[in-house]
Design a binder for this molecule. Structure first.
Ligand SMILES: [Zn+2]
Length: 162
């Protein structure tokens, strides 16, 4: 995100050594991306958790994702987002790889989160939720303008090599 004004004092930023800088606060404002997690949730029956979020796609299903809060680690963010969006408790997780999502300037850390199947408890952001056999995921998962499909592929590649 490129800043024009200082988010702290509101003064217009100057450019100092090619970096936006607030002369008042003596603070640089780099062109940072937003930090997110992208999480493939898998249960003990090897089923994948898919979400229907109409504000993202009216036709396809996505996986758990969310913005990292300032003050939490990526692992804490994974646990929080999975619990908030689905009601599932993460027992363990593995980092797979990261993705850059240009349309929204996101740097996304992709994880697999392992859970024991619990009753769903979804937020209002989620319109529907389901467990899906790995072999059927391709029928549902979003691949346009969304990284759910790409992270599913990378996760399957990782699990198949284990
Ligand atoms: Zn300032």
């Amino acid at each position: 995100m490129i800043y024009i004004y200082c988010p702290k004092c509101g003064k217009k930023l100057q450019v100092k050594e090619e970096v936006k800088f607030c002369m008042n606060c003596k603070k640089p404002y780099f062109n940072h991306p937003f930090s997110c997690v992208e999480v493939l949730v898998i249960n003990e029956w090897k089923e994948v958790l898919l979400l229907k979020q109409n504000y993202i796609s009216k036709t396809h299903w996505t996986i758990v994702s969310g913005y990292v809060n300032n003050g939490e680690t990526l692992e804490e963010c994974v646990k929080r987002e999975v619990l908030e969006e689905t009601g599932q408790i993460v027992n363990s997780m593995e980092y797979i790889q990261s993705y850059y999502f240009k349309p929204k300037e996101l740097i996304m850390a992709g994880f697999i989160a392992y859970v024991e199947k619990q009753p769903f408890n979804k937020t209002n952001e989620v319109d529907d939720i389901m467990w899906c056999c790995i072999k059927d995921v391709n029928r549902y998962i979003a691949r346009q303008n969304n990284l759910s499909g790409v992270h599913f592929d990378a996760s399957m590649h990782y699990l198949n090599q284990k």
